[in-house]
Design a protein around this ligand. Structure first.
Ligand code: C2E
Ligand code: CA
Ligand code: CA
Ligand code: CA
Length: 279
């Protein structure tokens, strides 16, 4: 019993500091939003056979006045828990559409860019209407805008997310299930979920020797099933040549990861795309 009380005290003081930290972080994030300090990087998606760039993903960064470029692991959880994430996401989506419009207008090579959509966004706003308005505003063919929605969202609110995904696809957008296989969905769910692409979670490529065999078995089953169902697949977190060979052997021909490119500032991506050898 004594032990239990000590543990409770430990947890509650831990929670208290966490809440206080969140409070400080939240105020900081809000100020950052007001000062327009959030930008995005782009990470190429590649054909595993040729290394050519076939798509891009936008990943938000905080251009912090003191800390420099900050990755989203630091600020997204707190923004999701208080709903501020939607304000941030809408800014990122708008910037991405602006970039696509610039590229089209300047005759630059254009390839699709995917944006991340938090499940919080789906309840906060009408995502389908929002994206329809965005492509109208920027004069974009919807094929250039892809939406990544995490697998966990489908599991939390299966019916809602599935119908949103379907409406997006009917409007011409491409929908990706992000972090696929990260532990929530069953293979069975796949047959009802209306998406274009499965993004295989990087944990499948990050197994140690003990968990490797099992993970690989699951990945093989998923790949086979996805191929049968005509779903496209892309693996995330590709870092080594061995992983590429393994994925290709299994029938997964697209990947994203440090082996090819890290997320890069938009200007650097623009230069990459201008070189025909890369695309
Ligand atoms: P995610 O969507 O699964 O994105 C993949 C993450 O893996 C990115 O981290 C990317 O930089 C990193 N990554 C890419 N290749 C490799 C690799 O080869 N090895 C390893 N170890 N990591 C790799 P990042 O940019 O820190 O983003 C983390 C997460 O934050 C994202 O995971 C996504 O869930 C969320 N996120 C990022 N940008 C946005 C955004 O604009 N809106 C929302 N709602 N969420 C975002
Ligand atoms: Ca993503
Ligand atoms: Ca992912
Ligand atoms: Ca992830």
């Amino acid at each position: 019993k004594g032990n239990y009380a000590v543990r409770c005290a430990y947890y509650s003081s831990d929670m208290k500091t966490r809440l206080e930290n969140n409070h400080v972080l939240l105020a900081e994030v809000q100020a950052g939003l007001e000062r327009d300090e959030f930008i995005y990087y782009l990470q190429p998606k590649c054909n595993l056979n040729t290394g050519k760039i076939v798509g891009l993903e936008s990943l938000v960064r905080w251009k912090h006045p003191e800390k420099g470029i900050v990755a989203p692991g630091y600020f997204i959880p707190v923004m999701e828990s208080n709903g501020l994430i939607t304000e941030l996401d809408m800014k990122v989506w708008e910037q991405v559409c602006q970039t696509l419009q610039d590229w089209i207008k300047s005759g630059h090579k254009v390839i699709p860019i995917s944006v991340n959509v938090s499940s919080v966004d789906i309840y906060a706003i009408d995502v389908v209407e929002h994206f329809k308005n965005l492509v109208r505003k920027y004069g974009l063919p919807p094929e250039y805008v892809e939406l990544e929605i995490t697998e966990s969202a489908y599991v939390e609110e299966y019916k809602v997310i599935t119908s949103v995904a379907e409406a997006l696809r009917n409007a011409g957008f491409t929908v990706l299930m992000d972090d696929f296989g990260s532990g929530y969905s069953s293979l069975n769910m796949l047959k009802d979920v209306n998406v274009d692409v499965l993004k295989i979670d990087m944990k499948f490529l990050k197994m140690d020797e003990n968990t490797m065999d099992k993970g690989m078995g699951i990945l093989e089953a998923v790949t086979r099933m996805a191929n049968i169902m005509g779903l496209r697949m892309i693996a995330e977190g590709v870092e080594t040549e061995d992983q590429i060979n393994y994925l290709l052997n299994m029938g997964c021909i697209y990947g994203q990861g440090y082996f090819f490119y890290k997320p890069l500032p938009v200007e650097e991506i623009k230069v990459l795309l201008n070189d025909e050898n890369n695309v």
